[in-house]
Write a protein that binds this ligand. Structure first.
Ligand SMILES: NC(=O)c1ccc[n+]([C@@H]2O[C@H](COP(=O)([O-])OP(=O)(O)OC[C@H]3O[C@@H](n4cnc5c(N)ncnc54)[C@H](OP(=O)(O)O)[C@@H]3O)[C@@H](O)[C@H]2O)c1
Length: 283
């Protein structure tokens, strides 16, 4: 039995679909079953909350492989998941981490993920770490300003990144959960092409057939204020602002061939992603 956390989120939904298509026996840890109604029929739903360890015992019963994805920046959820996995005798963990962990100059976003990786390593459970680059789905944050005013905010200027399709991250996660040979590995997952925001927007604009302006922000804080009008905890805002600065400084854009090596095919392209998600950007 495989248990996946974060099943109602970006990666988790793709992973549930991937496991369903593989015919794997799996369970989705959900806080609210109403949010899980559109998961594949073969997903067993189990209610539990990573904030409340007592709710996890039942969910982890009989689990052999665990996918851990925890939002935010602290490590408490990971600690609770790892403790429950240890108590249940889970034999394999796949952890979603971040490519910010790689490289010499690790920003706070990387340090938070590194702490989670360390918790998993310290547990002694054989583990695979997926250090994902930025998700292509981050572009959905542009949808409102594109639809309403025809522009996108650019906090990273000349910086490049090679966004990865969450479906590819999920496909690698499914592989590591269901096949041998991935334990002890740290996989850095990126898309095939590195883009500036201007270059990404040019592709999106062509695919959806609509002009889109790109507006540079003066400071990362401005981007955060405009992107998250309801506000963010200051600690999270600081981590995101630093991550923007990190990307801004990289004019090459980290790329790996790991997705292709593991899946035996090219990573999905940003153009394909735009075509699949075009309706989100149109009125
Ligand atoms: N965005 C990027 O570009 C990027 C790149 C690399 C790595 N990452 C990492 O990816 C992770 C986020 O993945 P995502 O975007 O797929 O997540 P997401 O869409 O934000 O979804 C978060 C998931 O966590 C669940 N969750 C939240 N609090 C919970 C709790 N207390 N107990 C149990 N489940 C809980 C949510 O369930 P509910 O439905 O109950 O809310 C939801 O399923 C973060 O660790 C992030 O740092 C992101």
């Amino acid at each position: 039995m495989i248990l996946i956390t974060g099943a109602t989120g970006t990666i988790g939904r793709e992973l549930a679909q991937e496991l369903h298509e593989r015919g794997a026996e799996f369970r989705a840890l959900v806080r609210d079953p109403d949010r899980a109604v559109d998961l594949p029929w073969s997903a067993e739903r189990v209610v539990g909350d990573l904030d409340e360890p007592a709710t996890l015992t039942h969910a982890f019963d009989g689990v052999e492989a665990l996918f851990v994805l925890t939002p935010g920046i602290d490590s408490t959820h990971t600690a609770h998941a790892v403790a429950a996995a240890g108590a249940a005798g889970v034999g394999r963990v796949v952890l979603l981490s971040s490519s910010f962990v790689s490289g010499d100059d690790m920003p706070a976003m990387g340090r938070h993920h590194h702490e989670r990786e360390q918790l998993v390593r310290d547990s002694g459970i054989p583990a695979t770490v997926l250090r994902s680059g930025g998700f292509m789905t981050e572009a959905l944050e542009w949808a409102a300003t594109i639809r309403e005013e025809g522009y996108v905010l650019d906090p990273v200027g000349p910086g490049r990144h090679a966004p990865v399709d969450p479906a590819d991250v999920a496909a690698v996660a499914a592989l590591a959960l269901t096949e041998d040979g991935h334990q002890g590995q740290e996989y850095v997952l990126t898309g095939e092409e590195a883009f500036t925001i201007v270059e990404q927007v040019r592709i999106l604009s062509r695919v959806i057939g609509r002009d889109i302006a790109v507006r540079a922000v003066d400071t990362p804080d401005e981007a955060i204020r405009l992107r998250f009008p309801d506000g963010l905890p200051q600690a999270v805002a600081d981590v995101i602002a630093e991550a923007f600065a990190h990307v801004r400084a990289d004019t090459v854009g980290l790329r790996t061939d790991t997705v292709e090596r593991l899946l035996g095919r090219k990573p999905r392209s940003f153009e394909e992603w735009c075509a699949r998600n075009a309706s989100a950007f149109l009125d």
